[in-house]
Design a protein around this ligand. Sequence first.
Ligand code: BGC
Length: 761
Amino acid sequence: MKQRIQTDPWKIIEDGFHPEENRFYESVMSLGNGHMGMRGNFEEDYSGDSLSGTYLAGVYYPDKTRVGWWKNGYPEYFAKVLNAVNFLYTPMKLNGVAVDLAKEEFSNFTRVLNMQTGILTRSFVIIRPEGQIKFTIERFVSTNNREIAAIRFHVESLEGSHRLEWAPGLNQNVQNEDSNYEETFWEPMEAEIENSMGFVLATTKKTAFVVGAAMAINASGATPIGETANLQLATLQYEIQLDAGHPVVLDKIITVLTNRDHKTEDIKELAYQSADTAKKTGYDRLRAAHIQTWSAIWQESDIEITGDDAAQQGIRFNLFHLKQTYNGLDPRLNIGPKGFTGEKYGGSTYWDTEAFCIPVFLSTAKPEIARNLLIYRHRHLEKAVENATKLGVKGALYPMVTMNGEECHNEWEITFEEIHRNAAIAYAIYQYVLYTGDRDYLLSHGLDVLIEISRFWANRVNWSEAKQAYVLLGVTGPNEYDNNVNNNWYTNRMAKWTLQYTRETIEKYYYAQPQKIHDILDHHLVTKEELEQWQSVEEKLFEPQDKTLGIFLQQDGYLDKEQRMAADLDPAERPLNQNWSWDRILRSCFIKQADVLQGLFVLGELYSMETKKRNFDFYEPRTVHESSLSPCVHSILAAELGRLDKALEMFHRAARLDLDDYNNDTDDGLHITSMGGTWMNMVYGFGGLRIKENGLYLTPVLPKTWVGYSFVLRYRGSEVKIKRTQNELTIQLLEGKPLHLRVWEKDVYCDIDGVRIPIVS
Ligand code: BGC
C-alpha cells in the first residue's frame, strides 16, 4: 500500500493542494474536543469539492427510515449526527474579488495538523496581478474550555498594497449530505450582531435541541464596514489595508452552547458572556491552556515507537483522534464511529465501544471514564428490554446503533440479527471489574445488565432435536459478509460465556450478600426455574466445529462455500463491497472482519495456542479486512503466535488505515472506534498485555525492524510505564502502589525504583 501522507512523528502534513483529495484531507485534519468538532474545511469560501461538517456531541436528528420493503420491527428512524452551525465561516475578498482557492492562482499551500498541540494551520500565497499575499490561518477547538474554539488569521502582503475584506460569521444554513429525504434538520430562531459580537440560535426539528453560538473579534487595525444578520447568518464585515512588511492579525473567538448543558433561556446570555471573556483572555492564552491540556493527555496515553516512523505517526494519529472524540466527562455521550469527522454511520454507539474502546480508556484514563461508558448502557436497559420485546423475545437486546437507547439502524440483517453486540457489553462489564476491582459496580449496576442479557440469550435459542442441543438461528456474526446464518460460532460462544459469567457472579455474591442478590433477582423477577433453564442453555448450546480441520466453524454450512483465498482475488475487485453485488459477497467465503478469530481473541485465555494457530491459519487467508475493526484483532493473534512479520503488516494496516486510505473511504470521515483497536493492537499485541483474575500479565515482543517502544498503563490505581528495547525491558512505576506483575510468566515486583529485565535471546 502506497503511503499517502509523508511521515512525521507528530504532524499530518499536506504539502501542496490537491483538490481531488480535498475530502480525504478534510477528514484526516479534523479537530474535536468531546463537545464539538469539525472537518478540516476552509474558513473562506471554497467552490470546489468539499464535505462541510461541524458536529456537536449528542445533538442528532431522527431521519425517517428509507427502506425498499418495510418489515415489522424496523426502527422508524436513523439517528443522524447533525451538521451544525458553521462557525468557521469567514468569507474574504482581496481588492474586491472573493478569495476562493478553487478559482484562484496560488502557491505554497500547506495544511498541517499538529497532533501534539491539537492545532491546525493552513497557509498559502495568493497570486494576484496586483501582487502576492500570504495567509496563515490557525485554529483549535479548546480542550481546556470545551465550548470554545478560536481561529487566527495572519495576513501579509508580500508585495504591493491591497484591500482585504474580512467577514467573520456564524452560518446556520447547513445541511447533511446523507439526509434521506433532502430535508434540512434545523429551524433557525435568531441571528444578531450586538456590540461587534455575533450570535445565532437554532433548534433541531423533531428533537428540539437548541444550539447557540456567539463570536467575538480581536482585529486591531481593521475598520468595521458593515454587518449582516438574517435568520440564517450573522456576519461582521471589516476592511483592512495590507501593506508589504506590515502583517495583520485577526482573531475570531467562538463559543457554542447547547440545551443539553444549559437552560434554553440562558443560552444567549451565557454564549455572549463566554465569548467576551474568552476574547479578553485572548487567543494566545487560550491557545497556551489548550496545548497544556493536550500535553497532559499525551502524558497519560502516548505510545512511542522507535525505528518505524510510519508506525509512530500512525499510532499517534489513532490516539489523537480517539482522545479528541471522547473524554468521558458526560455519561450521556458515547463514541461514534465517525466522531466529529463525517456524517456516515449516524448514531453514536455501536458494539465498537465495548469491544474496541473500553480497554483503552481502562488503561489510559481514570476508571470513572470507562464506568461512564458502562453506566450509559445501564441507563438504556429499559429501552433494550423494549427492543427485545418488539422482536418477541424476553430480556434485553441492546441496539446495534443508538443515540438514546432506541435502535436506529435500518438493515434487518443487522438490526434483528447481529445480536452478538449484547455479549460485548457483558464482556466489558467483566473487563471493568478485572481492571478496577470495583466489585460494588456489579451489585449496583452490572448484574442488572447481565441478567437481562442472559435472559435474552436463553429465550432467543431453540432446542434442536436433530442436534440434541440449543441452537441460535437466523443471526449475523461480526462478519457482515454473511447474513441470516445458523449457529455463528462467535455468537453462540459468547452467549454461553455470558450465561456462565452471570451464573458465577450470582453464585459468588450469594455467599457474601444473599439478601442483596435476592433483591436483585426479585427485582428482575428471576425464579429458580429460570436460573436452571439458563444453566441448561449454557451447558447445551451448540458450537459448530469441523473435527477434520480442527477448527470452529464460522457457522453451519460454512464449508459448503467455494473455498478461495483473499490473496487470489484480483486487486481491481477490492474492496469487494465497492465492486461485487451483495449476493455475490454473501455466497462467497470471504470474511469482512475477525469472526471466529474475534472469539479466540476475546476468550483467548480459554484456548490453547494450537487451537488458535489452526483457526488463524484457516480464517485469516479468507479475510479481506474490509472493516476497520479487522486488522487489529488479526495482528494481536499473530503476535501471540510469534508471527511478528504478519503482526507488523497488520499493525501498519490498523494504524494507517485512514492515513493511507486502505478501504478507500477516508473521504467520508475517519474510523474512530477502530482506533481503540489500534491501541489494543500495540498493547495487547506487541505488549502482550492480558488482565486475568489473578493480576496483570505481560509478554512483550518486538518486531525485528523496531528499535523499541513504550506505553503507559493503569491498573487498580497504579500507573506503570513499560519500555521494550532489543536488549531490555523496563517497567517504571509512575504513580500509585507497587505492583506485582507476571512478565513472560515470571513474577515481577515493580516499585518506585522500577525493574529492568535483560532480554536473553
Ligand atoms: C462493522 C461493524 C461495526 C460498524 C461500525 C461495520 O463496518 O462491520 O462491526 O460495528 O462498521 O464501526
